[in-house]
Design a protein around this ligand. Structure first.
Ligand code: ZN
Length: 165
């Protein structure tokens, strides 16, 4: 299993100097630490050995977990694994698998809202993604715009904005 903090820390509940340093630099968040511990707790019970989680992002009402491995491993049969993670963390959880299909990742994240299109734009000389959705869908977004943009920036490694039209 791969978690945002190292395996020893996920198991012990303490942070080693290297992970502590990443936490102070903002490379790791409290959500990363908490989710690493929760996943380690269920490692054997739910056979999570093949799970690779890169990042956990607390989006206020929802916890988003970005995984490099098959999302099904973290969802579990009948949603069992996702539901114990949600219960331990104290918030509903959304598992997003990192793939090359940007549109699919975005659609999973903002379900039930549909994506009209995604364009690459230049903003201040930097490449950025612009995800277009219907203005009438703004109120149906499952989380705050700033949270969605934060998750998308993590997923794509570049600035991403939502545009309404
Ligand atoms: Zn560590």
């Amino acid at each position: 299993m791969k978690t945002p903090v190292c395996e020893i820390d996920a198991k012990s509940g303490f942070l080693c100097p290297a992970c502590q340093d990443r936490l102070s630099r903002g490379e790791l968040t409290e959500a990363d630490v908490e989710v690493s511990r929760i996943l380690h707790k269920y490692l054997e019970q739910f056979s999570l050995g093949a799970v690779e989680v890169g990042k956990a992002i607390d989006c206020g009402k929802t916890l988003v977990i970005l995984t490099e491995s098959d999302a099904g491993l973290l969802i579990g049969r009948g949603g069992k694994v996702a539901s114990v993670i949600a219960k331990d963390y104290g918030k509903p959880v959304k598992i997003i698998q990192r793939t090359a299909d940007l549109r699919k990742m975005v659609e999973e994240l903002i379900l039930p809202v549909r994506v009209l299109g995604i364009n690459e734009v230049f903003k201040g000389g930097e490449k950025a993604w612009r995800v277009r959705i219907k203005r009438s869908d703004a109120l149906r977004l499952p989380m705050q715009l700033s949270s969605i943009e934060k998750v998308l920036a993590q997923l794509t490694d570049q600035k991403t904005t939502i545009a309404f039209e």
